[in-house]
Design a protein around this ligand. Structure first.
Ligand SMILES: [Zn+2]
Ligand SMILES: [Zn+2]
Length: 379
């Protein structure tokens, strides 16, 4: 079928993106679905900081590609051999989709699955094929196995999580990356204990969800840290007990004083190396630094050897919430419906296709939390 999609031809174009136009809105062809695949109609797609780092060229992707890795959709066609889905189902779309067979998938850690990751890294679906192409037949890549900056997508069932139809689809989109990553870091990766102290470095969509999850875990102090104090009101509204500007020289000492010598858990969400350094400085002996934000593919960071050993510090990576999206997302949706994870607060204004590039300028400036592209112009 012919549809509108946002195609990226080149990474590393200069800001402002409204001018350099890294995404071109074009008509492309979508084939399928083949065996083991489904066709979905995309109704909402989030703009994530990790998309921004790809625009900036920090992590290379096969090009040209249809972008977008956080979305919600309605199932329109179920391919042969797919079970568990029906036409009309509402789904959240996730970039985590394991093969189901390998040692990691068997251990219920699909985010570590190398088989599917390799296919996705080459711009293919988990089934090892491409269903996107240009009208002239030219090669067009999938992004994260879902490519949701498009009106429709062909995907594997592992990328889909069936959700309650009472959730508006623009909010449902947030669960695919922001919510599952932020909540999963707290609930699955760190397993934050009641009464503990928590710091969250980076108060975007993922960070604010982590704040909500830390509150839900019963953390006694939840300290929000960001370079933009304009984010503090919302952070405090969803559970942060204190907020500090990381650019102020006394911030490290203030956090240490406030947490009786350091926090139990520091979640680094921004993907910035200096924020990882700060996360280590504000963590107590016996505490844990959880790296959640993605940075440049070649980036390294430093760990002080002796305190790491003697103070029994833990450095933990947490990728996309570290769980099984099919189990976790329905649980987070229930928590949202009960008011425990008020993730509708993350939602900034919706975007049309022609506003997508400009939306990334706003995300880069930090003036928005989660903008949702509506590929059909409405939810
Ligand atoms: Zn994301
Ligand atoms: Zn696997």
């Amino acid at each position: 079928m012919r549809m509108l999609a946002a195609v990226m031809y080149e990474q590393g174009l200069p800001a402002p993106f409204a001018k350099s136009q890294p995404f071109r809105i074009e008509e492309v062809e979508l084939d399928g679905p083949g065996e083991g695949e489904l066709l979905v109609e995309v109704r909402g797609a989030g703009l994530c900081h990790s998309d921004l780092t790809v625009l900036e060229g920090m992590r290379k992707r096969p090009l040209p590609v249809v972008g977008g890795h956080e979305g919600a959709a309605i199932v329109r066609e179920v391919g042969r051999g797919v079970t568990g889905f029906q036409v009309g189902d509402h789904v959240t779309m996730s970039p985590v989709a394991g093969c189901g067979q390998c040692r990691f998938c068997q251990a219920r850690r699909p985010g570590l699955c190398k088989a599917v990751t390799a296919a996705k890294a080459q711009g293919m679906l988990g089934t090892g094929v491409r269903r996107l192409r240009f009208p002239d037949g030219g090669l067009l890549n999938h992004y994260s196995g879902i490519s949701v900056y498009a009106q429709y997508a062909v995907v594997t069932p592992q990328s889909l999580i069936k959700i309650d139809k009472s959730v508006p689809l623009d909010i449902a989109a947030l669960f695919g990356c922001a919510v599952v990553t932020g909540a999963g870091a707290v609930f699955n990766s760190a397993q934050v204990k009641p009464g503990s102290t928590v710091a969250i470095l980076g108060l975007g969509g993922v960070g604010l969800t982590a704040v909500m999850a830390a509150r839900e875990s019963g953390a006694a102090k939840i300290i929000g840290l960001d370079v933009l104090p304009s984010k503090f009101d919302l952070a405090q509204a969803v559970g942060a007990t204190h907020c500090f500007d990381v650019r102020e020289p006394e911030t490290v000492q203030q956090v240490r004083d406030l947490s009786n010598g350091g926090v139990d858990y520091a979640f680094e969400i921004s993907g910035q190396r200096n924020a990882l350094d700060m996360a280590q400085q504000i963590t107590a002996p016996g505490g844990e630094v959880i790296g959640v934000g993605v940075g440049r593919a070649t980036a390294m960071f430093t760990v002080a050897h002796l305190p790491w050993v003697n103070d029994e510090r833990v450095l933990r990576g947490s990728y996309m919430g570290g769980g099984v999206p099919q189990d976790d997302i329905p649980r987070y949706v229930d928590m949202y419906l009960r008011g425990q994870l008020p993730v509708d607060r993350l939602r900034s204004e919706p975007l049309r296709f022609d506003q997508l590039n400009e939306g990334f300028d706003r995300l880069s400036a930090g003036s928005v939390v989660r903008q949702i592209l509506l590929p059909h112009g409405s939810i």
